[in-house]
Design a protein around this ligand. Structure first.
Ligand SMILES: C[S@@+](CC[C@H](N)C(=O)[O-])C[C@H]1O[C@@H](n2cnc3c(N)ncnc32)[C@H](O)[C@@H]1O
Length: 388
């Protein structure tokens, strides 16, 4: 069991439910995602899919409804229990799926799949553990397999890390897990409501985004992911070469041209990511001129914030909190070019953190700008294995 699964198992949770009361909307949302990733959802019919870390099976359900044959690797017992209930509710033929109760690193099969999909958990590990997971995923691929992964980095999770700090201050004197969840849910409900297309209940979001300690590892960028796949694909299962098909959000131009057979989008992402990563900080950002010096400064600040948040979660120390406030002030001073909304959002956090003992659910819920401030949290990236 890893730290991630331990957190879920200890609290008997699988906090990844989605509102699928309108199943057609759920289907549309998922199809839209896969179209963005350059994968025709109709091609799932009769295909073989390995879905790793499927949680409670809400995404798996769509693959099954679209006619795929699914092997699921899910180590968390509550998740497995939920997914069986969900598939039964939708009368899915049990012969169309297998559920393996283990970590992907311990999954042994000679089967090679048309799709290998791991959504929503790779960033929650330290580098070495993640690399083992990646190698295990790559072992199950063959020529033409599509591989779909997700990333989260300090840029895309910047506002979330600030919510973690506020949240930890709010519940620092509370022991009981459920009591923490209730209080945090009240505080952040207005924030989640500002996210127009959120499909997760607030309690699940709190358990997964504020209280899950493995979020403090979130340092896995699209660039690192592309580099990992490049590095491991050649050393895994007798070799192989992957190319990136697409990403969501798709913010790095793919300039491949039919005549240019040497162009690699994967290389382009690796090369251009650092210039463009500021776009992940806020959903309100469009392309703008951010010079490389500012980019580097922001990089330094957001990485430092993640490390301070990790320390703060453990110690809840006032000293660390002071360091966080100084860091936020530095961001305001150095990065005013990122615009009024960004700066005001941070100022609102500073105001609450400066009087951290007086933070209440009410104050958090009323933050006028910050309650609407979200980063482009999780990104998707799709690859295809071009050569064995
Ligand atoms: C946050 S949930 C994501 C659920 C779903 N894929 C989604 O995106 O909504 C991550 C899941 O990964 C599972 N997990 C964690 N480590 C794993 C590993 N090494 N192998 C397979 N699954 C793992 C956890 O049990 C958890 O259910």
């Amino acid at each position: 069991m890893n730290e991630f699964v331990r957190y879920y198992e200890e609290n008997k949770i699988s906090p990844v439910t989605q509102d699928i009361s309108d199943i057609n909307l759920h289907l549309r949302r998922r199809k839209h995602l896969y179209k963005m990733l350059g994968i025709n959802p109709n091609s799932f019919k009769n295909s073989t899919i390995l879905e790793v870390g499927a949680g409670s099976g809400y995404n798996s359900l769509v693959f099954l409804l679209m006619g795929a044959n699914l092997d699921i690797v899910e180590p968390n017992s509550k998740g497995r229990e939920d997914m069986v209930g969900l598939f039964d509710k939708f009368k899915i033929d049990k012969r169309r799926y297998n559920i393996y109760p283990c970590l992907i690193e311990d999954f042994t099969s000679n089967k090679r799949y048309d799709y290998v999909i791991a959504e929503g958990f790779l960033p929650a590990f330290k580098r070495k553990e993640r690399q083992k997971i990646l190698q295990a995923l790559l072992r199950q691929t063959k020529k033409d397999t599509y591989l779909v992964l997700t990333t989260i980095c300090e840029f895309s999770y910047f506002f979330e890390f600030l919510r973690v700090v506020l949240g930890l201050c709010l519940v620092k004197n509370i022991e009981d897990f459920q009591d923490k969840v209730q209080k945090l849910s009240k505080a952040f409900k207005s924030h989640l409501d500002a996210l127009k297309f959120a499909s997760r209940p607030i309690e699940d979001w709190v358990k997964d985004s504020i209280l899950n300690p493995t979020n403090d590892y979130f340092s896995y960028s699209l660039k690192k992911c592309a580099k990992d796949i490049q590095k491991f694909s050649s050393s895994c299962g007798g070799g192989g070469e992957f190319e990136v098909i697409s990403m969501s959000p798709n913010f790095i131009s793919n300039l491949s041209w039919y005549k240019d057979m040497e162009y690699s989008y994967m290389q382009e992402i690796i090369k251009r990511f650092d210039d463009k990563k500021y776009l992940l900080l806020s959903t309100s950002f469009c392309e703008m001129r951010v010079d490389s010096k500012t980019n580097q400064k922001i990089s330094k600040y957001v990485i430092k914030l993640r490390i301070l948040v990790k320390e703060f979660r453990v110690s809840l120390s006032q000293e660390i909190l002071k360091e966080i406030i100084v860091l936020l002030q530095d961001i305001i001073n150095d990065c005013y070019g990122l615009g009024d909304f960004f700066i005001k959002s941070i100022q609102e956090c500073i105001s609450l953190l400066e009087e951290s003992n007086k933070i209440t659910e009410h104050k958090i819920s009323l933050m006028p700008n910050f309650s609407k401030a979200w980063g482009r949290g999780q990104q998707y990236i799709s690859f295809v294995k071009e050569r064995e």
